[in-house]
Write a protein that binds this ligand. Structure first.
Ligand code: PMM
Length: 267
């Protein structure tokens, strides 16, 4: 899954693809590099971000969803608003990626159930503005798993088909670096829920912190790619359904190495 944030302020690609033509060209390029799907988002979810209104979000994403779909690129819509999902699905999006797992908008479950499309339910505890104060866990893996399980139950109760559900531990969302490492190390326990898992570590700040220089300055966002690739390989080895990344070609290359090695294991 290639990341395409049509926002002025996302932490990694904010501002780069705010222009429609640049966004569409980047989406087409990610598809050519091997992305199975391009994830279009119009609202930044970086920690501390303020919300925008639904019309602004729709205005940002809709032209891009439409043009990418017309160009034959499979698109997912990264939104936690039902109104945005409705418009994006009508414009050709084939999957809803909801960082709130259905919690932010009670109307989302019915939209997804009616559309019959896949739904990524990410683990989430609150909006970006103040989510880091919700990063309190006794046992992060057990609690994320239990809270995801509740989201799945609600989705099923709303009529979403079980084979359309994908879960995501939500790295960085109400999580400290230590929480992210624990979730990464115990993906098997998230997978034990019985649903495909999406893993989204690409360029996140805990990688920047891991790679900090001797003065403790985090590694800048655009110099976290090698670390991102390591997370891709580890997640694929753990058996995830997909990885959500900014540099598609690099992760596709790494996955090809993993696949060739995996095939050779049985020879
Ligand atoms: N992270 C971001 C945005 N959308 N969606 C899912 N399913 N999982 C994530 O972890 C996730 C997401 C924030 O990162 P970005 O600014 O690179 O898009």
């Amino acid at each position: 899954m290639g990341v395409l944030n049509v926002t002025p302020d996302s932490f990694s690609d904010g501002g780069r693809y705010a222009d429609r033509a640049a966004a569409v060209a980047h989406g087409v390029a990610m598809r050519a590099e091997g992305a199975d799907i391009v994830d279009v988002g119009g609202e930044s979810t970086r920690p501390g971000a303020d919300r925008i209104d639904a019309q602004t979000e729709i205005g940002r994403v809709l032209p891009v969803v439409r043009e990418l779909t017309a160009a034959g690129v499979p698109v997912s819509i990264d939104t936690s608003r039902a109104a945005v999902a409705v418009e994006a699905l009508a414009a050709g999006a084939v999957l809803v990626n909801d960082v709130s797992g259905g919690l932010a908008d009670p109307a989302m479950a019915k939209v997804v159930a009616d559309a019959g499309c896949p739904w990524v339910l990410m683990h989430w505890r609150g909006h970006s503005r103040d989510m880091q104060r919700l990063a309190l866990y006794q046992d992060v893996v057990a609690e994320v798993r239990a809270e995801l399980s509740l989201r799945v139950d609600e989705a099923l109760a709303a009529g979403v088909a079980p084979d359309q559900i994908i879960v995501d531990p939500g790295l960085g969302f109400a999580k400290t670096a230590e929480h992210n490492w624990l979730l990464s190390a115990h993906l098997d326990r998230i997978m034990a829920l019985g649903y495909p898992v999406l893993f989204a570590a690409s360029r996140k700040s805990y990688l920047g912190r891991l790679l900090a220089d001797r003065q403790g300055n985090p590694r800048p966002v655009h110099e976290r790619e090698a670390a991102t690739l390591a997370t891709t390989v580890l997640a694929i080895e753990a058996g995830v359904w997909g990885v959500r990344v900014h540099d598609v070609r690099a992760s596709v290359d790494a996955i090809k190495v993993w696949e060739a090695t995996w095939r050779a294991r049985s020879r």
